[in-house]
Design a protein around this ligand. Sequence first.
Ligand SMILES: Cc1cc2nc3c(=O)[nH]c(=O)nc-3n(C[C@H](O)[C@H](O)[C@H](O)COP(=O)(O)OP(=O)(O)OC[C@H]3O[C@@H](n4cnc5c(N)ncnc54)[C@H](O)[C@@H]3O)c2cc1C
Ligand code: SF4
Length: 512
Amino acid sequence: MTKPLRHLCLILGDQLNLDSSALADFDPQQDAVWMAEVIEESTHIPSSKQRTTLFLSAMRHFAQSLQAKKWSVHYTRLEDPDNTGTLAKELDKAIAENKPQKLVMTAPGEWRVLQSLRAVAKQHGVTLEVRDDTHFFSTVREFAEHAKGRKQLRQEFFYRELRQKTGILMEGKKPIGGQWNFDEDNRGSFGKAGPGQLPQPTRFEPDAMTKEVMAVVNDRLSKHPGTLNSFGWPVTRAQALEALDSFIQHRLPSFGLYQDAMWEGEVWLYHSHIASALNLKLLNPREVVSAAEKAYQQDHVPLPAAEGFIRQILGWREYVRGIYWTQMPEYLERNEMQASAHLPAFYWSGDTEMACLRDAITQTLNHGYAHHIQRLMVTGLFALLLGVHPKEVHAWYLGVYVDAVEWVELPNTLGMSQFADGGVMASKPYVASGKYIDRMSNHCKGCRFDPAVATGQNACPFTTLYWDYLHRHVDVLAKNPRMLMQLKNLNRLSPEAREEIATQANLIKNSH
Ligand SMILES: Cc1cc2nc3c(=O)[nH]c(=O)nc-3n(C[C@H](O)[C@H](O)[C@H](O)COP(=O)(O)OP(=O)(O)OC[C@H]3O[C@@H](n4cnc5c(N)ncnc54)[C@H](O)[C@@H]3O)c2cc1C
Ligand code: SF4
């Protein structure tokens, strides 16, 4: 008689770390790992070819590394003929077949997935032990504690708490350099001369396993967004470490200064491109932060670059996770500005005359990547100004980016970029006219629209919609002291000018 199975350890596509809490007490003699590729995870929102390929290839490589240790792995491939298509049904099958005494998993990255796996465990009357995700610096309980009694949540305060708790970039109780935040130094543009010679991005030639996944994705998800021609994301821990090392050596020194800058046709700039490796847990945030801190200590990078980068991971990444898990499931339903328009069709093709949007969307479809300011102040801003329903914006962001997992994507999209949570995540809506994009990029030079003009043939749609947005929402925005300056400028417009802007804005809205 075979030995009964003690633990069936559930490993999801974004939990590919050997030091995962789910595997902390793994005993190959009496435990097994369960992993499943299912179509539902690529179709409940239309997941791009790049994103699905990355997840499946990284899962297969991880499973292979477990099998090499002689661990028992129950693995379902997308193309397996008896694949039932959902995580719930696959788990149901695995429990019936293996009769584990207990299911063990690390807390997943999505509320929906947790509910569905819990329901299956309950149906079978088997315990599902959900363990803390030790990958993060903080726990959701710590965030909830921080949030208790505060009228407003702000990233900066949680970040300072974590700096103090971890001692990162600290001199005793004080921040190194005498200030917590060097954001003011991190807003440079490339100027007229442009970025010049940029460091090469670290990309990886797909191996046989990745190529196999690419063929499956091209076959089964042929209508899904994007292309796979340029696929080069790290799919193993070794590749992720190489990508991190190359970033620290070649791009971190200029990361801070050019964090917000954009340049036509330049996809990679000085960013790290490691969000997907972090979110799939191929990299641990501690090793990433520690590499950046060390680069500063060794005088390889200036303090504002190291601090600016560390803040994104120790600050923003931890903060948005806390927001997600303390606000769900109601958060998904928030629509503070009552936006109801549909996402324009060009978000799926890049086919638009607006040069900034064309560039950001085209690179997104080709690579599954755009940097933060492209997401926030180009694609996100246009959807916000147009009044697109937050759920449609959310589905787009969750589907197209290789680093998209709901715990991090949703607060960034619905909260930071669409202000649909009414200010839980950000203190004011991130709204600007086309002039902001002109300042931070060269897109406007090659565009048929003029960012300084709000009405007429050449009017930049961002600029028209910016004034229209302020006008439309003046009652809500007037309650926010951080919007006073922008509303003061709105008040300077004559009633005729406002009328003309409203007419032009309606034309834009009706044409999408
Ligand atoms: C509308 C919108 C949607 C977004 N969706 C996602 C998403 O699905 N997944 C995701 O990881 N990030 C998301 N972000 C945050 C950020 O844009 C990406 O993390 C970043 O662009 C990834 O590129 P990079 O690895 O080159 O990052 P870098 O610019 O090099 O930054 C370094 C790291 O900091 C972290 N980071 C930076 N900003 C944030 C942030 N706001 N929230 C959380 N972590 C951050 C990431 O891990 C990133 O890899 C979104 C931002 C916006 C405005
Ligand atoms: S003019 Fe307007 S639409 Fe054109 S690139 Fe500039 S901001 Fe974008």
